[in-house]
Design a protein around this ligand. Sequence first.
Ligand code: FES
Length: 80
Amino acid sequence: MRVNVCVGSSCHLKGSYDVVQKLQKLVKDNNLEEKIEICGSFCLGHCSNGVTIKIGEDYIENINAQNIEEKFKKEIITRL
Ligand code: FES
């Protein structure tokens, strides 16, 4: 499953680099490298709502380094 993390300028300023780093660590720590691919993405068109990720056709907004672990469990693991 591919998880696209927006690294466009607005999301970058809101911490998308940290989100990518933490997501990659979560994937590794949970031994999910074979199942989850973390990719950077250009602007996903949801700039006003914080860092945005896209999974399939779903956009999940307001992601940050503090809530990414919770979002990982709730929004990503549950889709596997
Ligand atoms: S910069 Fe991330 S949604 Fe636009």
